[in-house]
Ligand binder design. Structure first.
Ligand code: ZN
Length: 202
């Protein structure tokens, strides 16, 4: 059964910042810079968001991630840096273990949070019925996307120019890098740009 994730998320077009306001636990928070919010579809524009966050371990990195993708659990509620560290660590663990075909972390996370993913509906678009799961948070969407890539036997590669992670394999529209090529690119544009820069740096 193929179930498509459906996540409409919101982000602040003015970006995010780390507050100097701290709570009793002396925690810092990431907050939107204004109360403007715009809807977008993060899972449609990015095929390996979990891998992206798993590679970040600084406050500044989290802030940048939020500028592109919004907050993790609620579109506008201040989110503690500690929660960001915990999420990124859990994703890094699951991702490193999955590379070694150890899916214990992933199974545990997914099964103990499955209520996030069970909102399945049948939709019909252009006379084609399909199952979709309505996901309520960016964090949940990232776990779903990663898990689905693994169950579909997709693998992950990283763009040599912009360092964005993306999925490759059947159904992704991208082929796996062949053994004799050193670099992967998220788009033909970045491949062209990388080659141009290499030629001009020689
Ligand atoms: Zn790229």
């Amino acid at each position: 059964m193929t179930v498509e994730p459906c996540l409409t998320w919101k982000k602040c077009p003015d970006g995010y910042e780390i507050t100097s306001l701290r709570n009793n636990d002396q925690e810092y928070f990431i907050v939107p810079k204004s109360n403007r919010l715009e809807s977008f579809y993060p899972l449609k524009s990015h095929s390996a968001l979990l891998k992206q966050l798993a590679g970040i371990s600084t406050k500044r990195g989290f802030n940048q991630f939020a500028n592109f993708n919004g907050l993790l659990s609620h579109p506008a509620k201040p989110e503690s840096i500690r929660a960001w560290f915990q999420t990124a660590n859990a994703m890094r663990d699951a991702s490193l273990k999955a590379e070694k075909y150890d899916f214990d972390q992933l199974t545990e996370y997914f099964n103990s949070n499955k209520s996030e993913f069970l909102n399945i509906e049948l939709e019909c678009e252009n006379h084609i019925p399909k199952f979709v799961t309505k996901i309520g948070s960016l964090k949940g969407g990232m776990w779903w996307q990663f898990t689905q890539s693994l169950t579909n036997k997709h693998s992950f590669e990283r763009c040599s120019l912009c360092f964005t992670w993306f999925t490759v394999g059947q159904g992704t529209g991208r082929r796996r890098r062949t053994l004799n090529t050193k670099h992967s690119f998220c788009s033909p544009k970045h491949q062209g740009r990388y080659k141009y820069l290499q030629r001009h740096n020689e």
